[in-house]
Structure formats: structure tokens, C-alpha cells
Design a binder for this molecule. Structure first.
Ligand SMILES: *[C@@H]1O[C@H](CO)[C@@H](O)[C@H](O)[C@H]1NC(C)=O
Length: 410
């Protein structure tokens, strides 16, 4: 009983003191496009690798395609101490010019820079973290010119554990919510807009409060460069598509294109799904090793335009392609609107080439009369043929590949 009361009192106290500051709307309206060190290098990071990625943005046409954020993940600081003023110190060997030196060079290229911290006592790799140090850390980051913060979820003290049910039935009021709200509040106290990536691995029903706290929120544990990860995260994400709109994005985690042995078809599906669900797209590989086919995927103008649509913030959602169609998990047919018209995305989750078909009148948002042009977003060319609402459109699709179309009235 005493323990129960102690926990209750601690929770009520934390809640009473919990800030309710909303996230900045000067940043994070659209899903972030960029790169992050982790999937490529884990802890083996340094200034040269980060700046090489920034220069690749320019050389490979990524900057022109809209990629903006060059983000440093875990392991960037001195490990066991802060300075005498309590500030986190950049590792002088890895970052001899400090984070500010990297930030200046990244900004000079017309790009933005991100950093990493953690809402616990230490980061996942055991470096200084920001729970209890939110304001001083944010002031430090803002002083360096940081534009984006990935805020991780390791090493949470036991008294911050979530109760089975949050106060008022709202997970915004859970201890997890409060840990992140403290950071949102600290960010509001510096003049520099800093995008907040709530890296909470899909815990505490984050999709219900993520947009009240940050700009994007992780829906799962870390990605792996495997087809099974891509399928699993799509399955998780399709249950929570209604919470995605401007300033609030389900984060399906950083990209694995270029890593492991994903096939080119799987890489197309990976990119298309992150784009049509409006997840942040943060590349996670050594960009200099990508081949031209992979660069073409990640710079596909039409898929990026869907992701970054200035007028429509909602993602594509599953639809039934024709009467009597069976269901699959995850669904294979998705439709969504952009400023240009309606889009259909078709994923072949099967392990062999298959014909996939939909009836145009089944696509939500398409007029049920008139003639239509079907445009292939991958090739940039219109599909041959003439289509009406009653037409059934079919495509042969390789194993694990995704087709992407824009449909407009002729
Ligand atoms: C956990 O303990 C720390 C240190 O005593 C305190 O500052 C913090 O508010 C506590 N957290 C909660 C949720 O009560």
C-alpha cells in the first residue's frame, strides 16, 4: 500500500509539473528528408563521414531532390563526463572542430544538421543523455546551430516506468509522455526551431500524443536491412494512418537502401512505402557506395513530391481493389490524393511475379465517369491505353516490388 501510494504521489507530482508546450510549427510541417549516421556506421562516426554524406547530397542530386537533414546519431560526445558547466562535450578525436564546425560546413552547403540525445540517464550506447538536463542540452545544441533532434528512449530510470493505464486515459500524461514533453518545453525556450523526433519505438501509444509533443515518432524498434522488417513495420503502420498529417508523422525508422542484401525490388518497396505513408526518409548508408539504380530510387521526383505535398498532409491508405478481392497482411493496394490527382500504389508481398489488378471505380476519390490517364511514377511516362471508371487495370509485378501510379482525368 505504501509503495502504491508512493508511486501514485510521484506520478501525480510529475504530471502536475509536466509542461504542455506544443511543438514548434516553424519546422517539421512535412516529413523530414535526410540522412543519419547510425545504419551505416553505428558508433564508428567522425567528422569526415558526416561531411562526406553532406557533400554527397550535393553531388548525387539529393539536395536538388529535397534532401535536407544531415543527422549525427549516438556516440558523438565525450563518454563519461560533461564539462564544468554541465555541458555535453563533443568527442575531440571524432569531431576535432566540434559539432559546431560540422554544423557550419553543413549549413554552408545549404543543408541542415541533426543531433542525437536520449530521454534517460545515458544514451543507448552509454553516452551522456538529457533527462534532467533538457534545457542546458538544448541551449548547447541551439548554440551549435542544430536543426533536428533525435531523442531516444534507452536507460529510463525505474521511477519513470509507465503505469498500466495513464492518468485520464491519455498516454500524453504517461511518464513516457512527460519525459518527452520536458524536451518539447526545453526546445520552446530557445529561439532556433529544432525538429523533434520522438524515438520511443512505438511504446506508450505514441501515435495518440506524438503530434502534441514532437514532429515525428518512431513506430517500432530499430530497422534491419531485411524484407521481414519492411513487411512488419508496414503492418504496424497501417493500423495508425489516421494520425499522420502536417506536423505529425509516423516514423518507420531510417532507411536501409544500400545495406544488407535487399533486392532492388525490395528497395523500391521500401522507398515507396516510406514516401506514401509520409514517414521521414532518412537514408542510412554510405552514399558513395550506392549504384545508379539506387540513386534513381531515392531521388524519384514523383514519389518525393507525394511525400512532400504542400497541400495534402495525409498518407495513402489501403483500399479494396475490386469486388470480391481477398485481404492480405499487410494490404497490397493503397490509394491517396496529392495536389496532382489520385495515386495508387500496388505492392507484391508474394515471393513470385504476379499480376495485380484493380478497377478504377474502386479507387477512393476518383470520379465514377469520364476517361482517365494512368501515369507510372517510376518511369515518369503515361501507361499506354485508354481507361474509364469501369476499366480494370492490370500490371505484372515482380516479387516484393511496388508499382506507383498517378491517375488523372483525361
Ligand atoms: C524520479 O526521480 C527523480 C529524482 O528523484 C525525480 O526528479 C523525478 O521527478 C522522478 N520521476 C517521476 C516520474 O516521479
Amino acid at each position: 500500500m505504501a509503495t502504491f501510494l508512493a508511486i501514485l504521489t510521484a506520478t501525480s507530482l510529475a504530471l502536475a509539473q509536466a509542461p504542455t508546450t506544443p511543438p514548434s510549427h516553424e519546422t517539421g510541417r512535412l516529413p523530414a528528408l535526410g540522412w543519419n549516421t547510425w545504419n551505416a556506421y553505428h558508433c564508428e562516426i567522425d567528422e569526415a563521414k558526416v561531411l562526406a554524406a553532406a557533400h554527397s547530397f550535393v553531388e548525387l542530386g539529393l539536395k536538388d531532390a529535397g534532401y535536407e537533414y544531415v543527422n549525427i546519431d549516438d556516440c558523438w560526445s565525450v563518454k563519461d563526463s560533461r564539462d564544468s558547466s554541465g555541458r555535453i562535450v563533443p568527442d575531440p578525436t571524432r569531431f576535432p572542430n566540434g559539432i559546431i564546425g560540422v554544423a557550419n560546413e553543413v549549413h554552408d552547403l545549404g543543408l541542415k544538421i541533426g543531433i542525437y540525445s536520449d530521454a534517460g540517464t545515458q544514451t543507448c550506447a552509454g553516452y551522456p543523455a538529457s533527462l534532467g538536463n533538457e534545457l542546458i542540452d538544448v541551449q548547447t545544441f541551439a548554440g551549435w546551430g542544430i536543426d533536428y533532434l533525435k531523442y531516444d528512449n534507452c536507460n529510463v530510470p525505474s521511477n519513470w516506468t509507465d503505469a498500466p493505464n495513464p492518468p485520464d486515459g491519455d498516454w500524453y500524461n504517461s511518464n513516457s509522455g512527460i519525459r518527452y514533453r520536458r524536451m518539447t518545453d526545453a526546445l520552446s525556450k530557445v529561439s532556433r526551431p529544432i525538429q523533434l523526433d520522438v524515438c520511443i519505438w512505438g511504446q506508450a501509444q505514441v501515435w495518440t500524443w506524438g503530434a502534441r509533443t514532437g514532429h515525428s515518432w518512431r513506430m517500432s524498434g530499430d530497422a534491419t536491412p531485411t524484407w521481414s522488417y519492411i513487411i512488419d513495420i508496414i503492418k504496424i503502420n497501417v493500423d495508425h494512418l489516421d494520425t499522420i498529417d502536417f506536423f505529425g508523422h509516423n516514423d518507420m525508422d531510417m532507411m536501409e537502401i544500400g545495406n544488407g542484401d535487399l533486392t532492388i525490388q525490395e528497395e523500391r518497396t521500401h522507398f515507396a512505402a516510406w514516401a506514401f505513408f509520409k514517414s521521414p526518409i532518412l537514408l542510412g548508408t554510405d552514399l558513395s557506395q550506392l549504384n545508379s539504380e539506387q540513386v534513381a530510387i531515392i531521388t524519384n521526383k514523383e514519389l518525393l513530391a507525394f511525400s512532400q505535398d504542400p497541400n495534402i498532409g495525409t498518407p495513402a491508405k489501403p483500399f479494396t481493389p475490386r469486388s470480391g478481392a481477398g485481404t492480405t497482411s499487410p494490404p497490397e493496394f493503397y490509394a491517396g490524393a496529392s495536389s496532382k490527382g489520385m495515386h495508387v500504389f500496388i505492392m507484391n508481398i508474394g515471393s513470385s511475379t504476379t499480376t495485380k489488378s484493380f478497377r478504377l471505380s474502386n479507387v477512393p476519390g476518383l470520379s465514377d465517369s469520364g476517361r482517365f490517364i494512368i501515369h507510372d511514377m517510376w518511369t515518369g511516362a503515361d501507361v499506354d491505353g485508354s481507361f474509364t471508371a469501369g476499366s480494370t487495370f492490370s500490371v505484372r509485378l515482380g516479387a516484393h516490388d511496388t508499382a506507383a501510379y498517378l491517375i488523372t482525368e483525361a
